[in-house]
Design a binder for this molecule. Structure first.
Ligand code: PMV
Length: 298
């Protein structure tokens, strides 16, 4: 039996704009992950430690077919066991992590050596099954398991000068990335000038954030997260539950906070420091059932 893992992720800057060719920044969240075990069986079957959500269920067979096609193997007699600690449909990249863990596990089962680049390419194709028009940022950060700066389909590993401390809190509302992204697309088509100007501003913020990461300017990063959240509100992907979590984190002393991922539910991410960390976690736990603390090291 072969076992493979892939981490969750959180987008720190640039979601939605990244779909239109602007830059985005995302980091892996290693204390939330998907583990896939692959073993021989007489026919294809799978088991999961939780209910799969609609898109996952619809896509799992297609996803496995795509992986087999890409790996050029035609034997499908496998039993796949999926274990996940990534909250689903929440902006933590569970679909990308599922794809990456499956690709790695199946490849290993058939003794196929894959480069990270190839895993990322296959995962990008898989993301299309889930999201329609993905930017590629999710599969990239999950494949490499490192902070990435993603721009126009190309990625650079992001160099952090100092560690960053993040608190992620879930609204409990499941949100479909595909639906939210297509809603933004409709509004973009309708109000092109206004939306292009908003994406320009998000793009500028992401560029400034890249520099702030490289220079270890943590407070500046917090301010940029707040500004990014305000712009995401303007493109109408926030909701009152996300805004409430963001405000709660800020009131408890977070350096910055924003929704993370597609929005309309899912998660927020707050940037904290040693002195605010416990207060922010405590305050968020009062209104969120799923609070994750994670450190991203240089
Ligand atoms: O909600 P998530 O984690 O799947 O993130 C989606 C990020 C978007 O920028 C909204 C879409 C994309 O493909 O980049």
């Amino acid at each position: 039996m072969e076992t493979a893992k892939a981490p969750g992720k959180i987008i720190l800057f640039g979601e939605h704009a990244v779909v239109y060719g602007y830059p985005g920044i995302a980091v892996p969240v290693k204390n939330a992950e998907i583990e896939v075990s692959v073993s021989h069986s007489d026919y294809f079957s799978y088991e999961t430690d939780r209910e799969l959500y609609k898109e996952e269920k619809e896509c799992l067979n297609e996803l496995v077919d795509l992986i087999f096609f890409q790996l050029e193997v035609d034997k499908k007699e496998l039993h796949i066991k999926i274990k996940s600690t990534i909250p689903i449909a929440s902006g933590m990249g569970s679909s990308a992590a599922l794809a990456v863990a499956l690709i790695k596990g199946i490849a290993e089962h058939f003794d196929i050596l894959l480069t990270e680049k190839k895993i990322n390419e296959i995962a990008f194709e898989s993301e299309k099954l889930f999201h329609g028009t993905p930017s590629g940022i999710d599969n990239t950060v999950v494949t490499y398991g490192k902070p990435v700066y993603f721009y126009d389909g190309e990625m650079q590993l992001l160099k952090l000068k100092k560690p960053i401390y993040l608190v992620i809190a879930n609204t409990g509302i499941k949100s479909s990335t595909k639906e939210v992204v297509s809603g933004v697309r409709q509004r973009y088509e309708r109000y092109k000038e206004e939306y292009s100007a908003l994406f320009d501003k998000i793009g500028e913020i992401t560029e400034k954030a890249k520099t702030a990461f490289e220079n270890g300017e943590i407070e500046q990063l917090g301010e940029l997260m707040d500004k990014n959240h305000a712009l995401l509100q303007q493109i109408d992907v926030s909701c009152k539950e996300l805004d409430e979590l963001v405000e709660t984190a800020k009131l408890a002393g977070a350096l910055g906070a924003k929704l993370a991922g597609a929005g309309k539910g899912g998660n927020i991410v707050a940037l904290v420091d040693e002195s605010s960390k416990d207060k922010v976690i405590e305050a968020l736990k009062k209104i969120s059932k799923n609070v994750i603390y994670t450190e991203i090291k240089p």
